[in-house]
Write a protein that binds this ligand. Structure first.
Ligand SMILES: Cc1ncc(C[n+]2csc(CCOP(=O)(O)OP(=O)(O)O)c2C)c(N)n1
Ligand SMILES: O=C1C[C@@H](O)[C@H](O)[C@@H](O)C1=O
Ligand SMILES: [Mg+2]
Length: 644
């Protein structure tokens, strides 16, 4: 047996360079590069290996471990899971910083390879700097926190363990049904230990991403169900994008006259203007999709996890005759809602089902309903684009909460911009093939409802974990995946403050990202949520502590975000009128460096809900009558929802 003498870390990098995926006959190198933040826990092991021979892997320098790992997640998501990035951190806090991003990856089923440094396997120096000592269990380290958020977890305590660890890592990273974060913890001593690895460990490996074929019996059951249904609706989930099934879905919808709503992950699989595309569905859905969903007698979920936002907490589908048919590569997701299931690849399943339905000349019973629901939404969208603040009598979309705050905001920020008019302008002005990125706050709701995707795959929303701080890191990852397109991070002031460090990495790499920052001086959507449910405004506006009351109810904190980003070398703009916004967007397009537009938008001017409900925990007893009322309302809604 031929062997190659390498350290564990050198062997790991050599192995990663030999991994390829094949999808529909096309072969591509799987690991594009590696994000690094070095510390004592990885610099002399993995760092040394990368310095000596990174192979084809690009080595990036991150700013914050969560940020760089989110960039890696966004990269893989935009690549439809066909190519990934790895991330290496030091031991302890560096590793802990990646835990959130691991969770984001796993919640969204997006592959990412995390390589945190770990405490010494030999335990000789213990406790090493940054080691937590558990007196009941010396094997526990910070890295055990990844177990709860990873789809595969391993620790390489001896160099030879690397081989089975990495073979299993690749199995999970390339599994369309159950991919997510893969964490391989690497004790810092083991990274540098030497071993005679067999040459065959480093052979070129091509991992075929198989399209699972639907079975005849699954198809038979599905046809049996569909043929008795008059008003089906399709849910277009993220699986449609990952399976590249958009054309099949378009054809299917048209041939059988079946409309579809888009989930956050599925949005922009198909352009918004396709005749059967109703747009966003669910809690953050629009009027058209939610009206049709209410009446539907069959829900055909394609590549969706049926999250509570997608199903409006299982209360959206109110037709007493409604049944579910699910097409999913994952048996687990296909089993939900007592659905009739086709456990298969979305593209193959839709194509096979099309042939079967043609045989029975199936066509839904819709006549004018699809068009009139779309027309109703079009009129409403038009109205949202025109919402203007004129004077103090203005009633925002989310009215009756903080109406009196709006004049104070206007006075402080000298801006009357509303969030819905700003979104309308941006949608009109940016390039058709530009990609928008979002994750948390009120923007994902507004965008799922209002954003019109003019080209496929231009809407990139992380809403499986809805992690604040993903937006800017994600924009960097998307830019690395699609360097020729403009990318726009759509971010609230709260999310920006939480994490925007990778903006500096974008400058360092010469990878231009554009930040559209919506400053409403609050954790706006949470303020809505609390006030909609009877609470006052508590801990969610950005106000100074008031010496008179001792509470956070002083004046608004005025922040100059443009100035903060300018300090990094970002080209910045301020917008408090539509003219300034338009000029900034046009000028930003001409820049080669990253840009940021600091847009002051009135609080409460995001969209409200359309025909939907979200199940949130509400206090069952309270001295506040409004909270008691909210609790009663919740109980009423809950009665109309499916139990599971
Ligand atoms: C990491 C993380 N922490 C907390 C939350 C809970 N959360 C969701 S939205 C939000 C406020 C977002 O504020 P901002 O970004 O300003 O957006 P806005 O709602 O004002 O549009 C919070 C705290 C979250 N989603 N992610
Ligand atoms: O708690 C939340 C409420 C949602 O409205 C928001 O978009 C999301 O980020 C969140 O975490
Ligand atoms: Mg905000």
């Amino acid at each position: 047996m031929k062997t190659i003498r390498l350290t564990t870390a050198q062997a790991l990098i050599k192995f990663l360079n030999q991994q390829y995926v094949e999808f529909d006959g096309e072969e591509e190198k799987f690991v594009k590069g590696i994000f690094t933040i070095f510390g004592h826990g990885n610099v002399l092991g993995l760092g040394q290996a990368l310095e000596e021979d990174p192979g084809d892997m690009e080595v990036y320098q991150g700013r914050n471990e969560q940020g760089m790992a989110h960039a890696a997640v966004a990269f893989a998501k935009q690549k439809h899971r066909k190519q990934i990035m790895a991330c290496t951190s030091s031991v302890g806090p560096g590793a802990a910083n990646m835990v959130t991003a691991a969770a984001t990856a796993s919640a969204n089923n997006i592959p990412v390879l995390l390589l945190p440094g770990d405490t010494f396997a030999t335990r000789q120096p213990d406790p090493v700097l940054q080691q937590i000592e558990h007196t009941h269990d010396l094997t526990l380290t910070t890295n055990d926190a990844f177990r709860a958020v990873s789809k595969y977890w391993d620790r390489v305590n001896r160099p030879e363990q690397l081989m089975t660890a990495m073979i299993n890592a690749m199995r999970v990273l390339t599994d369309p049904a159950d991919t997510g974060a893969v964490t391989i913890a690497l004790p810092q001593d083991v990274q540098g230990e030497v071993y005679d690895f067999p040459e065959y460990f480093f052979k070129k490996r091509v991992h075929r991403i198989e399209r699972r074929v639907p079975t005849e019996s699954d198809l038979r059951d599905a046809v049996e169900l569909i043929k008795g249904k008059k008003k089906p609706i399709i849910l277009c989930g993220g699986g449609v994008r990952y399976s590249e099934a958009a054309d099949s879905l378009k054809r299917f919808a048209k041939k059988f006259n079946i409309p579809y709503g888009e989930t956050q992950a599925g949005k922009s699989a198909i352009e918004s203007f396709h005749a059967y595309n109703l747009g966003g569905i669910g809690v953050t859905g629009n009027l058209a999709a939610n009206l049709i969903a209410k009446e539907a007698d069959l829900v055909i979920g394609v590549g969706t996890r049926y999250s509570d936002f997608t199903t409006a907490s299982k209360q959206l589908f109110q037709n007493p005759e409604v049944d579910f048919l699910t097409i999913n590569v994952s048996e687990y997701h296909a089993n939900k809602l007592d659905a009739v299931k086709i456990v298969a690849d979305a593209k193959l399943a839709l194509t096979a089902l099309e042939l079967e339905l043609e045989k029975i000349a199936y066509r839904s019973g819709y006549t004018r309903e699809i068009e009139s629901a779309k027309d109703a939404w079009k009129a409403e969208l038009n109205r949202l684009h025109q919402v203007r603040y004129k004077d103090e009598r203005f009633k925002p979309e989310v009215a009756g909460h903080l109406d009196e705050v709006l004049p104070e905001f206007v006075e402080t920020y000298h801006s009357c911009l509303t969030q819905t008019e700003v979104i309308g302008q941006i949608n009109k002005l940016i390039d058709e093939d530009a990609i928008i990125i979002g994750a948390a706050g009120s923007l994902p709701g507004d965008l799922q409802r209002m954003w019109e995707s003019r080209r496929p795959n231009t809407y990139h929303m992380e809403y499986g974990y809805s992690c604040m701080g993903y937006e800017i890191s994600g924009a960097l990852g998307v830019k690395l995946a699609e360097p020729d397109k403009e990318v726009y991070a759509m971010v609230g002031d709260g999310s920006y403050l939480m994490l925007h460090s990778e903006l500096v990495t974008s400058i360092q790499e010469g990878k231009k990202v554009n930040v559209l920052l919506f400053d409403n001086a609050s954790f706006g959507c949470i303020n809505n949520l609390q006030m909609e449910n009877g609470m006052g405004s508590f801990g969610t506006e950005f106000r100074y502590r008031n010496p008179e009351t001792g509470q956070l109810d002083g004046g608004l904190i005025k922040m100059d975000f443009a100035q903060s980003a300018a300090g990094y070398g970002v080209k910045t703009y301020k917008a408090s009128t539509l003219e300034e916004l338009r000029a900034a967007i046009e000028d930003a397009k001409k820049q080669t460096v990253s840009t940021l537009i600091d847009i002051k938008v009135l609080p409460k001017t995001m969209t409200g809900g359309y025909e939907s409900w979200w199940h949130v925990g509400i206090a069952a007893v309270s001295d506040n009558p409004k909270v008691r009322e909210a609790y009663q309302n919740k109980e009423i809604h809950l009665k109309k929802a499916r139990k599971y």
